[in-house]
Unconditional design. Structure first.
Length: 480
């Protein structure tokens, strides 16, 4: 199948000014370009894609699309558009095939992975074949394919959506990260429903400040939500107001959840074992369910998933019942084992607010001491390191500072930056050694939180990605 270039760029450039070139497909990777394809030269963090035009043409590109004039290659035209990332996303959507009709997008600093996983589970309880796409990859039914990005690049995303559609899946829930939204990876999609979980400091190594970070998240509500769609907002979060106004400005139906939620009002949460009894009202009607997960934030995530899924195909009564059987996403405050009568949890918390939430969530289950093992990623926002150290020292009884993904930074320096505000903390360099030391010292009634890496099965040291799993280290330590 071939595609007319003017059709792919409708609304982005004067179609009459474009040569009527037909292309077989699109790509932004010059090494993967094949004969007859269009090469989109995207701006990058270290280089612009137009630096690779010659390689793209050599591999078969018949036209180059960029956001600036480039040195033309002989026999190949160059089309300049204002927003080349948006153009690429829209072209990818048009060339990859039909998409599922029912799309949900979830944004926020924390909770995205859990919410899309819960939505998929609720759909399954309604006999709806649904999928989730995000940090854990693509999940549909019993099939799971890992991914490298929370929000995949445009071409990978649209290929995945077309594949899901061809397999009979018409319901998909996606994580919408600030990077993905800012880089227009989700443009080309129109969401039937979108959700906002919460907002706190994150990714300030990428965004100039917190205002820019918020604006990136708001794009999901302002630019990508269908006019007749639904917007679910966690009204308990201090940052919820801009998302409410964005939803209303988009003409969407606004649904709020929380202690004063109009769609779902959370009245009471009581701990029952390693679960929580939730009572409240859904559109004014009394509701109760036993969520088999720890942490009040998981209550928020479950109710968010309930609100979103019921606007996109799920029966409300069946969906509430499904909340009694939810399984947590891997590495999201996951109960991974016990040793000497102590419970061990693994969580992905790698930012201040997430670490605080995780520790506060576990405190009610502690009969003796709450211990936390964590570090901080290298080549990322340094400002959050002392913040995390202070939170750990304040909320845990014992703190062990270790390595996360140091990347190209000196791991010792990262630990020192955390230790500055973690009074009384212990430092153990190797992550495996730190986890095993913490488990060896556990006593009955203790609760251990291993934070930072969650589901990850690797550790980045220097420029090498080494095989590593908190889960595997815990299993080995328990069996020792």
């Amino acid at each position: 199948m071939t595609f007319s270039l003017p059709d792919l760029l409708i609304g982005l450039v004067d179609a009459d000014a474009i040569e009527a070139v037909n292309v077989n497909a699109v790509n932004c990777n010059s090494r993967e370009i094949k004969q007859g394809e269009a090469f989109f030269a995207l701006p990058g963090l270290s280089a612009h894609g137009d630096a690779y035009c010659a390689q793209a043409v050599k591999n078969g590109a018949v036209v180059i699309i960029s956001d600036r004039e480039v040195v033309p290659c002989p026999g190949v035209g160059v089309v300049v558009v204002q927003d080349v990332r948006k153009a690429y996303a829209q072209a990818a959507a048009k060339t990859c095939g039909k998409q599922p009709q029912n799309l949900i997008g979830v944004t926020g600093t924390s909770g995205k992975t859990s919410v899309v996983s819960f939505i998929e589970q609720i759909w399954a309880a309604n006999d709806i074949l649904g999928a989730s796409i995000g940090t854990l990859g693509v999940s549909v039914g019993d099939k799971k394919v890992g991914g490298a990005l929370t929000t995949p690049d445009s071409l990978s995303l649209h290929k995945s959506l077309a594949l899901l559609k061809s397999g009979g899946c018409n319901h998909v829930a996606l994580e919408a990260s600030s990077h993905g939204l800012d880089q227009r990876r989700l443009d080309g999609l129109k969401f039937n429903a979108v959700g906002f979980t919460n907002l706190s400091r994150d990714h300030l190594d990428y965004h100039a400040d917190e205002d820019e970070y918020r604006e990136a998240k708001l794009r999901l509500f302002r630019d990508l939500l269908a006019g007749d769609g639904y917007a679910v907002v966690n009204s308990d979060d201090p940052e919820h107001m801009p998302f409410m106004f964005a939803a209303l400005d988009s003409g969407a139906t606004l649904l709020t959840i929380g202690e004063e939620g109009a769609f779902f009002e959370i009245s009471e949460v009581k701990i029952e074992g390693f679960g929580q009894r939730v009572t409240g009202k859904m559109v004014g009607e009394p509701v109760s369910f036993l969520l088999p997960l720890v942490g009040h934030f998981q209550v928020d995530n479950a109710v968010m998933a309930l609100a979103l899924s019921t606007q996109v195909g799920a029966d409300p009564e069946k969906s509430v019942q499904a909340l009694n059987h939810l399984k947590g996403a891997k590495g999201r405050l996951e109960h991974v084992g016990e040793k000497n009568g102590a419970a061990i949890f693994v969580d992905y918390a790698h930012k201040p607010a997430a670490l605080e939430l995780a520790l506060e969530a576990l405190r009610p289950y502690v009969k003796n001491e709450l211990i936390v093992v964590f570090g901080a990623g290298g080549d990322r926002d340094k400002g959050k390191r002392p913040m995390m150290g202070e939170i750990a020292a304040r909320l845990a009884d014992k703190v062990i500072i270790t390595d996360d993904n140091p990347r190209t930074e000196n791991a010792s320096n990262i630990r020192k930056e955390i230790m500055q505000s973690a009074k009384g903390a212990k430092e153990i360099a190797g992550r495996e050694d730190a986890i095993k030391a913490a488990i060896a010292d556990l006593k009955e009634g203790d609760v251990l939180l291993i934070a930072g890496k969650g589901h990850e099965e690797y550790q980045i040291i220097g420029t090498k990605k080494l095989k590593f799993s908190d889960h595997n280290v815990v299993k080995s330590a328990i069996e020792a």
